[in-house]
Design a protein around this ligand. Structure first.
Ligand code: SF4
Length: 66
């Protein structure tokens, strides 16, 4: 699953050729789906049920926090 959505624990390692919609500054910590506390280093994500993602991470299901 992590591979299917191009998850990287550090957004600087995102494959930008494969995921052109990625833009610098996007990360799990400012994704609408991120369930960690503000400022936490990791937290839950419904894309990865039962697992934590890094606040510095990114995947192609990223949704800008409204
Ligand atoms: S959907 Fe992707 S970018 Fe958003 S918190 Fe989950 S793993 Fe991170």
């Amino acid at each position: 699953m992590a591979q299917a959505v191009g998850y990287r624990s550090n957004a600087v390692n995102v494959d930008k050729a494969k995921y052109p919609k990625f833009s610098t500054g996007q990360n799990c910590g400012n994704c609408a789906l991120y369930q960690g506390q503000l400022g936490s280093v990791s937290g839950g994500c419904p894309i990865f049920a039962g697992k934590s993602v890094a606040s510095t991470g990114w995947c192609s299901a990223y949704a800008k926090k409204g």
